[in-house]
Design a protein around this ligand. Structure first.
Ligand SMILES: Cc1cc2nc3c(=O)[nH]c(=O)nc-3n(C[C@H](O)[C@H](O)[C@H](O)COP(=O)(O)O)c2cc1C
Length: 171
């Protein structure tokens, strides 16, 4: 079975997971893939960061499912949120229909947040979010954690997190 890990990563967290997965499976890996890069594979693992509730790079798969029929597909999203089941369900329901979730593997791998590594455009977006969070009278634990992370980068990535995805791909 020919397998590839295809990914997009803005600040390196998805890249780290993609490298761990490719190492574990001994398979090919491609950053910023085009459709032509993945068509020749039987198993496609596609990863990207979560940005404002969206899936960076996910469209490569979701817009081309008709051309990928018969292939085994696993998606992994990397965000800084703690990965609560009900919150991730909302995310995956935006990315895939229920029927698609029946045969496509969906995995959340917690990454981190490093303000210093963001592009200028993302810095502007995050400054706006920061102002909004600062102006709130009461913040949830997650919101306070987000505010703290502007000053101190956080990294929750852990190689062990890839286990369920690896099992899905090998089963
Ligand atoms: C503009 C912006 C929006 C973000 N939105 C989310 C989000 O909706 N949910 C989440 O869990 N993380 C969010 N994050 C955090 C990133 O998903 C996190 O840093 C992730 O590890 C980035 O992976 P990457 O460096 O591989 O792109 C956001 C980060 C930025 C800069």
């Amino acid at each position: 079975m020919k397998t590839i890990v295809a990914y997009r990563s803005k600040s390196g967290y998805t890249k780290k997971y993609a490298q761990w997965i490719a190492e574990e499976l001994g398979c090919d890996i491609k950053e910023d893939p085009e459709l032509s890069d993945i068509l020749g594979y039987d198993t496609i693992i596609c990863g990207g960061g979560m940005y404002a509730g969206g899936f960076n790079g996910g469209k490569l798969i979701t817009k081309n499912l008709d051309k990928l029929s018969g292939k085994k597909i696993a998606l992994f999203a990397v965000g800084s949120n703690p990965g609560r089941e009900h919150e991730m369900k909302v995310f995956w329901d935006r990315v895939l229909t229920h029927e698609q979730q029946g045969y496509i593997g969906c995995f959340y791998l917690r990454g981190g947040f490093d303000y210093g590594k963001l592009s200028a455009a993302d810095k502007v977006l995050m400054q706006m979010l920061k102002l909004r969070l600062q102006s709130k009278k009461e913040r949830t634990e997650d919101e306070q954690g987000m505010l703290d992370a502007y000053d101190t980068p956080v990294d929750f990535s852990d190689r062990e997190n890839i286990r369920p995805l690896i099992r899905f791909v090998l089963e």
